[in-house]
Ligand binder design. Structure first.
Ligand code: SF4
Ligand code: SF4
Length: 181
């Protein structure tokens, strides 16, 4: 299943590249900008969590130790909502290749059942802030992304079906680590 998922990701990343390119005038993402990994819920399916852990095993013992400490801190303090992702180390994703779908799509505005979903950083003057009317909560662009980029919708899409992916349950990332405590 992980091999099929990797093949799917290759295709999906190309689709996302096109979306990011199409909206590049509204996008401010750059190395070192990590607000989107500093507060959130990070919904991950079982499949994505397994893939992330595959990457974790390839990390250096030092980085693994830092991540384990971050997870321990979140679990001990019951920080299950609005938390900093434990895989963010020195403002960079330690598992970039293995990151989840929510991480890959983050930063894009898209339509979710007719409602525009915007990245949180629009309120920090970052992505889409130049084309967002905050008073009327309206995005003023001519080419909104019509594909629903929510994790559950992506797994129901034709490309995911073509790869026969079974994503399993979707949980907030930290909740995948509660059973091990
Ligand atoms: S989505 Fe927003 S917070 Fe995240 S890297 Fe891009 S600009 Fe920065
Ligand atoms: S896995 Fe990486 S990209 Fe995803 S939220 Fe965590 S640090 Fe950010």
């Amino acid at each position: 299943m992980l091999i099929r998922y990797e093949k799917f990701l290759e295709e999906f990343d190309k689709t996302l590249d096109n979306y990011f390119n199409g909206h590049k005038q509204y996008i401010c993402c750059k190395k070192g900008c990590s607000f989107c990994c500093e507060i959130g819920e990070y919904p991950f399916s079982r499949l994505e969590a397994e893939y992330l852990m595959k990457g974790f095993l390839e990390l250096s013992p030092e980085t693994q130790k830092k991540i384990k400490q971050n997870i321990k801190y979140l679990v001990e303090n019951k920080k299950y909502t609005n938390y900093k992702c434990p895989f963010l180390i020195e403002r960079e994703c330690s598992l970039y290749k293995y990151r989840g779908l929510v991480c890959r799509t983050h930063g894009l505005a898209y339509l979710d059942n007719g409602i525009v979903k915007l990245p949180e950083c629009v309120n920090r003057g970052l992505n889409y802030s130049s084309v967002y009317d905050s008073e009327n909560k309206e995005l003023i662009i001519e080419n909104p992304i019509k594909e629903n980029l929510r994790t559950d919708s992506i797994f129901q899409s034709s490309p995911a079906k073509n790869y026969k992916l079974e994503c399993g349950e979707i949980r907030s990332l930290i909740k995948w680590f509660l059973q091990t405590e």
